[in-house]
Design a protein around this ligand. Sequence first.
Ligand SMILES: [Zn+2]
Length: 234
Amino acid sequence: MRDDVKKLLSLQETDQSIQSLEAELIKIPQLQEAAKEQLANDTAAVAQAKADFQANEVEIKNVELDIGTRKNSVDRLKNQQFETKKNEEYTKLGEEVVRYEGQIDELETRELELMEIADDRRQKMADAEAALAKTQSFVDQEIVDLEARATERKADLAEAKATREGKVADINDEELMDTYTRLFNKREGSAIVQVTDQKSCKSCHVQVTPATYALAQSGAAISHCDNCGAILFP
Ligand SMILES: [Zn+2]
């Protein structure tokens, strides 16, 4: 392999590392955000479960108050019944008592239903809290891990960039560097590629001409793929 092509190939390896490190460093904050979002969702679910439970508790209290009011009315009516001397009024008060007692029955049935709902909602609240606790510990660890990974990758990137500078200085050929840079960007990181024994370019997979293949083999000059322009090495 020609010396300049060998150096370019080595530079390309470094540039590929830089590219993937930069991509990872973009992704890390996104992963952290996703973890935080999951935590926020689980926190909101707990708050909702608590609110649902509380609303039901308020309803139970109201039903209990209604029952209490009607029981007081029944006591009052029974006293009046006891004190009256008129038959007609006695009967009328008795009917009122029956009406209130009917309402008390209905309210007590409703209270039982609400208590069953309370059991169900208490369970849902406990489930939501358990899910949140699990997510919390997972997310805390995840964020710490991602932070450590970011620190590590930043150091790797700084090192790769320093290595790159050294390699570019060693190539010391502006025109060749321009060609390389253009190809690297255009061919998504594959500027310097092997041409196989079947004369196929490993970047675009098109067969090169025998002359191009021969040039890559001899190394008399830099050989470019006839189709994609990539710099070829044997
Ligand atoms: Zn090609």
